[in-house]
Design a protein around this ligand. Structure first.
Ligand SMILES: CC(C)(COP(=O)(O)OP(=O)(O)OC[C@H]1O[C@@H](n2cnc3c(N)ncnc32)[C@H](O)[C@@H]1OP(=O)(O)O)[C@@H](O)C(=O)NCCC(=O)NCCS
Length: 180
């Protein structure tokens, strides 16, 4: 299943994408960004809901998103980034990244950087922004001590699978679920 309800920008032509072909600015999110980041995070969670009913978005998700973002922006073990447009979209937040460094008590390397959410507005997709953001996020996680980077996304999200596979990610564990 693909992200059917979300139109994507047409594929960009051209060779290797070392930097995005649409101009964006990537920066650490600030507390003042929370109102702009919440709708983006909710769009991603609603997209996830399309993939699986066990990812049903809670009624209070908006308040939760604000609370989680606020806490993680202040957390030295978290990476929360705002993707900003430039030019006409200057100062407009067009994407969000949320990632955490967490312990791996039984495995080496002992800390992993987990990418929990990457979301770009549809007009900003398929132009290398995602790859750029992924590289920068990985680097930010490495700086915070992570020796391996992982990504969580719905098993049915084939675009996310392809996106991460292209950057060398492969499945190492799986989460299987059933309702109780
Ligand atoms: C996933 C996402 C962050 C990728 O960002 P992006 O800027 O569109 O990706 P890029 O342009 O850097 O593309 C990198 C690669 O990802 C894969 N990819 C991205 N979008 C794709 C699509 N619509 N169909 C197929 N492959 C796709 C391709 O392998 C692509 O390489 P290619 O252009 O050489 O084929 C973005 O599409 C997005 O925000 N999607 C909605 C939210 C989501 O699913 N997030 C991931 C789970 S957290």
């Amino acid at each position: 299943m693909t992200a059917s309800n979300e139109p994507s920008a047409p594929p960009a032509k051209g060779g290797p994408k070392e930097s995005p072909s649409v101009p964006i600015r990537l920066r650490p999110a600030r507390a003042a960004d929370v109102p702009a980041l919440v709708p983006l995070l909710l769009r991603l969670k609603r997209l996830n809901e399309e993939f699986d009913p066990l990812l049903k978005v809670r009624d209070d998700a908006e308040a939760q998103a604000a609370q989680v973002l606020k806490a993680q922006i202040a957390d030295p073990k978290a990476v929360v980034l705002a993707v900003e447009g430039v030019g006409a979209d200057k100062d407009k937040v067009v994407g969000v990244v949320r990632a955490l460094v967490r312990e791996r008590p039984f495995y080496a390397p002992p800390q992993e950087g987990v990418i929990l959410d990457i979301y770009l507005l549809p007009l900003y997709r398929r132009r290398g922004v995602g790859e750029f953001v992924l590289r920068e996020t990985s680097e930010a996680l490495r700086t915070k001590g992570a020796g391996v980077v992982t990504a969580e996304f719905p098993a049915q999200n084939e675009i996310a699978q392809r996106f991460y596979a292209k950057r060398g990610f492969r499945p190492i564990t799986e989460i299987h679920a059933r309702p109780l």
